[in-house]
Design a protein around this ligand. Sequence first.
Ligand code: CUA
Length: 310
Amino acid sequence: MLPEASTVAHNFERLYDFIFWVSLISFVGVVLATIYFVVKYHRTRRDPFKTPYITGHSAMEISVSSVLLVIVMLIFYFGWVDYKRIVTFPTDNTMEVHVIARQWMWQFEYPNGRKLTNELVVPKGRDIKLIMSSDDVLHSFYVPNFRLKQDVVPGSYTRLWFNATLTGEHPVFCAEYCGTAHSKMLGKVRVLESAEYDKWAKDWKPGEAGANTNPVDYGKDLFIKKGCLACHTVTGQSLVGPTLLGVFGKEEEMSDGKKVVVDENYFRESLMQPQIKVVKGFPPVMPTFQGTLSEEEINALISYIKSLKK
Ligand code: CUA
């Protein structure tokens, strides 16, 4: 049996147990009933017409259906409760980590710019939010000990959150066939006690080997280099395009009247296919950046825009 290493693992395990035992008991029941009926009603030489003609038995049918309905509804109820728990993202005191999946490795990018390959280090008991994208094909981030799995899709962000309850190393698998070395696309989540984690985090300075600058600074740099400033201010005024000050997380009205929440996926789409959702009152003149930005650069631009708070 796998360790239960996240706040949701126990519930999923109980649900799995329930389904397993219901299936096992039903299976044994069906096999025993089959044997019993074969023995009882088989045709013999002495009694060649032993089986009576049966047209139906309403009471029996209703009671069997009711029992099955109760079991299915129980599975649905527990599944629904747990599902709601994993898709409701915590907002307070979360730690956000960008995950980039590529053939065939996992890259983790911390808010301070620290990058790790195939290893995610997190403190125990803290809500961790993963914002995941893929550089090439479909992958799936799977941590069996957490009982959590989420597809990682090229061209879009998917999200996953967890709160680890057990220190130690928990294996990460790719759970979507992604090419030759799919089975070797392995990583781990290393969970440390809070104090130990703080020490680990402090032991690193931006600019050290294997590291990049802070993604917010990197994003700011790109924002200037890619010419974004020509149309978007970061100070609140509108030019050809809307300002980007304080827009992250806000609801904006689009030119077709629809309301859209400005989140990671909205920014990605606006960079790649800017004409799909144009903010009301602005001309659809933004050029596409499709093929000219790497996953890291898109993440950095988004980190910068997120940091522009009023
Ligand atoms: Cu990545 Cu399979």
